[in-house]
Design a protein around this ligand. Structure first.
Ligand SMILES: [Fe+2]
Ligand SMILES: [Fe+2]
Length: 275
């Protein structure tokens, strides 16, 4: 296979009882079905709030079944709970083994690896960082193995949270936004042993595409909604959309897509979904 095409969708925030964002998901799934990618990656937050309602995950699973292409899902904080963060930050709804198991039963493991078009493509579960769960240590060991086994091939990593804002070493920022500093340094050291060229994520609900230390960082836009600047400072593009990738022997082509048919929801709509 000389090329491998992926559609990344992220932060769909689906729920049967809060269906505000279903329309935008349908635009994304219609786009993916017309684009005919080899794979769809959902980079997390399939649910509005699965830690409060298990049915959000069931509903999201039904929605994902409308995709013609095979898909892989990576858990987000609204799917399995959040990880502790910098500066002793403890989330109100922490990740735990039961939530991980519930998500995995529907969507499979958030850690996966596949070889395609000369690349190694790896899914990483950011929600495990600093959790102290056995799954966190197991992921670290597994990532070490996967990156060593990539043997110089270009590597693309997909994760719910961004690795960084602008640098590996930077002042500790919003504690729940990025991979926290301690696991970030460990992950960066593992990545240095391999030919990592791309780190793609979701979570921030802003679209961004920048290069740090030779690695391209792509923040996928949310499908569901963006937040106003007075609620969340703007660092990227605040539009709803998705991302297409074409991996090949000469690199990867990346394009953020912002379909006109998607609705830019008012903040009142977002608040209603989380009321
Ligand atoms: Fe999200
Ligand atoms: Fe998130």
């Amino acid at each position: 296979m000389t090329s491998f095409r992926i559609v990344q969708i992220s932060d769909t925030h689906l729920s049967r009882v809060h269906p505000q964002f279903v329309g935008n998901y349908e635009v994304a799934s219609d786009f993916a079905n017309a684009h005919k990618p080899d794979l769809v990656i959902h980079s997390g937050d399939v649910a509005v709030e699965a830690t409060a309602r298990a049915d959000d995950l069931l509903f999201a699973k039904e929605a994902m079944e409308s995709l013609d292409a095979p898909y892989r899902v990576i858990a987000g904080n609204h799917d399995i709970g959040d990880n502790p963060g910098n500066g002793g930050y403890m989330p109100k709804k922490p990740v735990n083994a039961e939530r991980i198991a519930t998500h995995e039963a529907l969507f499979g493991s958030s850690q996966w690896q596949l070889d395609a078009a000369g690349w190694s493509i790896i899914g990483v579960n950011a929600q495990l960082f600093l959790s102290g769960l056995a799954e966190e240590a197991a992921q670290e060991q597994w990532l070490d193995q996967m990156l060593s086994a990539s043997n110089g091939k270009p590597v693309a990593m997909f994760c719910h949270k961004p690795l960084l804002l602008d640098a590996i070493e930077e002042p500790e920022d919003i504690p729940y936004r990025y991979v926290p500093m301690v696991p970030r340094r460990k992950l960066a050291a593992l990545m240095e042993k391999a030919n990592v060229q791309l780190f793609a994520c979701g979570h921030v609900h802003q679209s961004r595409d920048h290069v740090v230390d030779g690695i391209r960082h792509v923040w996928g836009p949310a499908t569901a909604f963006t937040l106003p600047d007075d609620v969340q400072p703007k660092v990227g593009i605040k539009r709803v959309g998705l991302v297409t990738y074409e991996f090949g022997p000469d690199g990867v082509k990346v394009e953020a897509v912002f379909p006109e048919a998607m609705t830019a929801h008012a903040y009142e709509t977002v608040k209603a979904a989380y009321a």
